[in-house]
Design a protein around this ligand. Structure first.
Ligand code: AVJ
Length: 323
């Protein structure tokens, strides 16, 4: 981007909205779902019966917590670094186990939302007043950079739950895993959740729930642009439309313009035209199998040491080490 153009944007959100809405085909990044309202909507999604991911991973952790905390702990203390901690619902099962078995560890939850971190810290300290907890606000990328620069005298276990990696196309997933690997030493572990390929109908239902919460979540991107860029998107004139391709395991979510319309983004001094039935691509939620996960790991210099699945094999948590 040219520097004279750069000055017209207040932040990267504005810049990326400009880029995405002036591109063909149009797109917006799913990382902007998560403002205060988006955080709340995502928590509602995690509680939906159709959004099986959360319950599957909760079961996996519940059933294997003793084994997992043994692997995490080894003989000495460790730092438990959680990327994208959210409300920590599933992590708290592990924390409970680690505390009951008197392990020496520091919980370091990291999230992009300070809001979410404040609530998590308060809740964790209420439950376990003597726990060592150090929260940190930031993007995955900045935090990982910091982690790898920091001198390490302690084992580190990095946890990424919920198939958050699924928002990244494989190329960026490999970059993400490579950045994590660079911050790891031989005894360190990475514990990461990957949603698995399954009956396409089950997947579609998870991204098109009957209560319309996911629709609201997707459209919240447009609300945010309305609020933060003084725009006039009419949310009723866009349809929420997720699709799943069983060949490559990619779920793609779109917002589809139901009519020919022009939207004005005042702060960007920008008019965007939509033809009837033109789309905005807003998210990918990649689904995996063991072959893909092993390939991603291999590309990033990691190896799978152990894996855990739920009884239906909907979801798998993998433990990786550096190769
Ligand atoms: C937080 C990225 C794992 O893709 O399943 C939920 C976000 N999007 N419903 C996912 C989401 C629509 C979620 N991740």
């Amino acid at each position: 981007m040219k520097s004279n153009q750069e000055t017209k944007f207040k932040n990267t959100f504005e810049e990326e909205v400009y880029e995405g809405l002036t591109a063909f085909p149009k797109y917006l990044s799913s990382k902007y779902f998560y403002d205060k309202k988006g955080d709340k909507l995502f928590q509602k999604i995690m509680a939906l019966p159709e959004y099986y991911l959360t319950e599957c991973e909760r079961t996996i952790i519940e059933e294997n917590k003793a084994d997992i905390s043994n692997l995490f702990s080894g003989d000495a203390g460790f730092d438990l670094v959680e990327l994208g901690a959210g409300d920590g619902k599933k992590t708290k099962i592990l924390l409970q186990e680690l505390i009951e078995t008197k392990r020496d560890f520091t919980y370091k939850p990291i999230d992009i939302s300070q809001n979410v971190l404040d609530e998590l810290e308060e809740d964790v300290l209420n439950r376990w007043p003597s726990i060592n907890i150090e929260t940190e606000q930031g993007t995955y990328f900045n935090i990982l950079k910091k982690l790898s620069e920091q001198h390490k005298d302690r084992k580190m276990v990095i946890v990424v739950l919920g198939s958050n990696i699924g928002n990244l196309p494989h190329k960026y997933a490999v970059e993400f895993l490579t950045t994590i690997r660079k911050s790891m030493q031989p005894e360190d572990l990475l514990f990461m959740g990957f949603d698995q390929k399954k009956d396409p109908q089950v997947i579609l239902n998870a991204y098109n729930d009957s209560q319309g919460v996911t629709e609201e979540f997707n459209k919240n991107l447009l609300s945010r642009i309305n609020e933060e860029m003084n725009a006039n998107f009419d949310l009723q004139k866009f349809n929420h439309w997720p699709v799943y391709d069983p060949e490559n395991g990619t779920t793609k979510s779109f917002l589809v313009s139901t009519e020919d319309q022009t939207v004005t983004l005042q702060n960007l001094d920008l008019d965007i035209h939509f033809s009837a039935w033109e789309s905005i691509h807003t998210e990918i939620s990649q689904k995996y199998d063991d072959v893909i996960v092993n390939w991603l790991a291999q590309e990033a210099g990691l190896v799978v040491e152990k894996q855990y699945s739920d009884p239906k094999n909907y979801f798998t948590d993998y433990i990786f080490r550096i190769k």
